[in-house]
Design a protein around this ligand. Structure first.
Ligand code: CU
Length: 285
């Protein structure tokens, strides 16, 4: 996958803002400050810094239908599809793990995303050379039995504050954020956490009116941004964590009932087959 991706130019996209949108609000933008174009990254982790315009980067509203000028960052290595997304980021500085990344040239792409994970800007991209002292190979498959996932806390029907820890029990499944966006490995993945709440997530999701078409017809058969956009319109998703204790912040959500759903996802963010999602309904005070 990396060999293939390294040899291909990143998918070029054209973005057309509708005149009405352009007239009423600035279209946010993102640029990459680090790594610098053509630079060498010698650390095992890749430090990333971005600058944004007309956009507030935060995650307290993540998962909600979204609003103009606010949201988070999606980053992808060697592609633009969700399969190579390394995570969602809530600040303008973050690191991307080098685990499983072969030394050599790679392309980092970042894009602003609405709270509902729709694209909110044009992407920015940079080519860099990854030259760590000791490259970390992908782990061997860790399949050891049927994976299972349960929510330990809060209990179903529990009253919770606006911030609380979600605790899960995981067996036969290795949680790794470092492997997000890398090739799938049996027995490895991470969690997807969703919140649904009446009066919040049942509102239509907001997204800037941008149409995105792959410029290269040779890429049309693959899974370019058009496909990603559809997958990434995920109202309710509040995070892609890799720990069994997950801090949840619903301070920007309503009081009352909220449903919390947790599921396993493979490195490519597709749901892990054969494992039921775990869910509880809580009362937010
Ligand atoms: Cu994911």
């Amino acid at each position: 996958m990396h060999m293939l991706a390294r040899g291909l130019p990143i998918v070029l996209l054209s973005f057309v803002a509708l005149p009405a949108l352009a007239a009423t609000m600035p279209v946010p933008s993102i640029t990459i400050l680090a790594p610098a174009a053509g630079s060498n990254v010698a650390t095992s982790e890749i430090p990333v810094a971005v600058a944004t315009k007309d956009f507030s980067v935060e995650c307290t509203h993540v998962g909600q239908p979204g609003a103009p000028g606010r949201g988070h960052i999606h980053a992808m290595v060697d592609g633009t599809s969700m399969a190579v997304m390394t995570n969602v980021y809530c600040s303008k500085q973050f690191t991307i793990s080098g685990e499983g990344l072969q030394p050599g040239k790679h392309i980092l792409a970042v894009i602003l995303a609405t709270d509902a994970h729709d694209n909110a800007s044009m992407p920015a991209e940079v080519t860099f050379t990854y030259q760590p002292q000791s490259p970390q190979p992908l782990p061997a498959p860790a399949e050891s039995g049927k994976p299972s996932l349960t929510i330990l806390s809060p209990g179903n029907g529990a009253r919770v504050g606006k911030t609380f820890d979600l605790k899960v029990a995981v067996s036969n499944f290795q949680l790794s954020c470092d492997l997000e966006g890398r090739p799938n490995i049996a027995g490895y993945g991470h969690l997807h956490v969703f919140v649904t709440q009446s009066g919040v997530t049942d509102k239509p999701s907001w997204a800037p009116k941008m149409s995105m078409e792959p410029m290269s017809s040779s890429m049309k058969g693959e899974s370019p941004m058009a496909g990603e956009m559809k997958m990434m319109s995920m109202v309710g998703m509040i995070g892609m964590p890799c720990a069994t204790t997950i801090p949840v912040d619903l301070s920007q959500w309503h009081t009352g009932k909220a449903k919390i759903v947790v599921m396993f996802a493979n490195n490519d963010h597709e749901p892990t087959m054969g494992v039921a999602a775990a869910a509880v309904t809580v009362i937010v005070r």
